[in-house]
Write a protein that binds this ligand. Structure first.
Ligand SMILES: Nc1ncnc2c1ncn2[C@@H]1O[C@H](COP(=O)(O)OP(=O)(O)OP(=O)(O)O)[C@@H](O)[C@H]1O
Ligand SMILES: [Mg+2]
Length: 312
C-alpha cells in the first residue's frame, strides 16, 4: 500500500521553473529518496505534498487524504521537516518545543527527551541566536516528537556537522526498523545510500529516473583500470583482446575494461600473457549513478541510459 501518491503534479512558475508531470509513490515502511540538483523542484513538490500550495494540475494523496483539501489533517499527522526553517522570533528552543508539544497534545515526552539527548541539543537559548545546525536539530526534534508514522524530510541534515549527520542516519535506520514511511530529500549520498529503498531523481522539474537502490548496490559489473609495462604490451593487448575495452589511453599505456563478475577468470587468464604495471578496480556506486544526473553538461533523458553504462 502506498502512503504517499504524487500523480502528475504540475506547477509552472514560468521560464522553465517549477515541476512538470511529477509522479511517484512511497510505500508503507519504505524510505524513499528524492534527489536532484539545486532548483530541480524537490522543495516545490514537498510543499505541495504538505498542502502549502495548490497543485496547478495533478493530485497528491498522503495517507489517502488529498494534500490540498485535507491539508490540516495531513500537517497534524505527518512529521515534516522543512528545507527552509522559519521559527517564531523571541522564543527559546524550550518554549518552542513545549508549544509544539501542547499543539500536538503530547503528554509523553519520552521521544522528545530521547531526541534532545541524542543530538546533544541545548534548548535554553533563543531560537534566533542559535547556530544553523542547532536550529536544524530543533526542527528534527519537532518533526519526530509526536512519533508519526509518515515523515517528510526536506534536506534534514543540511547544516549538521559530520558526527551529527552520522547520528541522524543511525536514528533514521531506527525509525525505518520501526516501520515508518519516509520521504527524504537529500544531497548527501552517504545518507541516501545508508537508508533508502528506492530513489527518484528530479531534474529541471521532471522525474528522470526512479530506481531500486539495491539494483545499483548489487551491480555485478566492474570496471578495471589496467596499465601495461610499455607501449608494445599495451598495443599487443588492444589488438588481441576480445574483452570490451571502454576507455583507451595510449599515452599512459592504460585501458579500462568492463566485465561481469562471472568473467573475472577470463580477464586474469588473458592478462597473464602481458607485462603490467598495475590493475585497479573502479567500483560503480550509487554516487556515480547520481553524478550522471547532477552533471549539468550532460543531458540525460532516461535512467535506462545511465544504467546501460553501469549496469547490465
Ligand atoms: N514561489 C515561487 N515562485 C517562482 N518560482 C519558484 C517559486 N518556488 C520555487 N520556484 C522555482 O522553482 C524551481 C524549483 O525550486 P525548488 O526550491 O523546488 O528546488 P529544490 O530542488 O528544492 O532545490 P535545492 O536543492 O536548492 O533546495 C526553482 O527554479 C525555483 O526558483
Ligand atoms: Mg529545496
Amino acid at each position: 500500500m502506498s502512503v504517499i501518491e504524487v500523480e502528475q503534479l504540475t506547477k509552472d512558475y514560468g521560464s522553465h521553473r517549477g515541476v512538470f508531470d511529477v509522479s511517484f509513490e512511497v510505500g508503507e515502511g519504505e524510505v524513499f529518496g528524492f534527489l536532484g540538483p539545486n532548483g530541480a523542484g524537490k522543495t516545490t513538490t514537498i510543499r505541495h505534498l504538505m498542502g502549502f500550495s495548490k497543485p496547478q494540475s495533478g493530485a497528491i494523496k498522503v495517507s489517502n487524504k488529498d494534500s490540498w483539501k485535507d491539508a490540516a489533517a495531513i500537517k497534524r499527522e505527518v512529521g515534516y521537516l522543512p528545507g527552509e526553517l522559519a521559527f517564531p522570533k523571541n522564543m527559546t528552543g524550550k518554549a518552542f518545543i513545549d508549544f509544539m508539544a501542547r499543539e500536538r497534545q503530547i503528554s509523553d515526552m519520552t521521544k522528545t527527551d530521547h531526541l534532545i539527548d541524542m543530538f546533544e541539543l541545548d534548548i535554553s537559548p533563543k531560537l534566533d541566536t542559535m547556530s544553523l545546525g542547532t536550529r536544524r536539530k530543533v526542527a528534527i526534534v519537532t518533526a519526530f516528537m509526536h512519533d508519526p508514522d509518515i515523515l517528510v524530510l526536506d534536506e534534514p541534515t543540511s547544516g549538521l556537522d559530520p558526527v551529527m549527520q552520522e547520528r541522524f542516519i543511525e536514528f533514521l535506520l531506527e525509525e525505518k526498523r520501526a516501520g515508518k514511511s519516509i520521504l527524504l530529500s537529500s544531497h548527501i549520498f552517504s545518507e541516501v545510500d545508508a537508508t533508502c529503498d528506492r530513489i527518484a531523481i528530479i531534474k529541471e522539474g521532471e522525474v528522470v529516473s526512479t530506481v531500486v537502490a539495491d539494483d545499483i548496490r548489487k551491480n555485478e559489473n566492474k570496471t578495471y583500470k589496467i596499465e601495461f609495462a610499455d607501449e608494445n604490451e599495451y598495443q599487443r593487448f588492444v589488438d588481441n583482446t576480445s574483452l570490451d575495452t571502454t576507455v583507451k589511453r595510449p599515452r599512459q599505456n592504460q585501458v579500462k575494461v568492463e566485465i561481469k563478475d562471472e568473467n573475472i577468470k577470463e580477464l586474469f587468464t588473458d592478462l597473464s600473457q602481458y607485462q603490467l604495471n598495475f590493475i585497479t578496480e573502479e567500483k560503480f556506486s550509487l554516487e556515480d549513478y547520481f553524478m550522471n544526473f547532477y552533471d549539468t553538461n550532460k543531458s540525460v533523458s532516461s535512467g535506462e541510459e545511465v544504467l546501460s553504462h553501469g549496469i547490465h
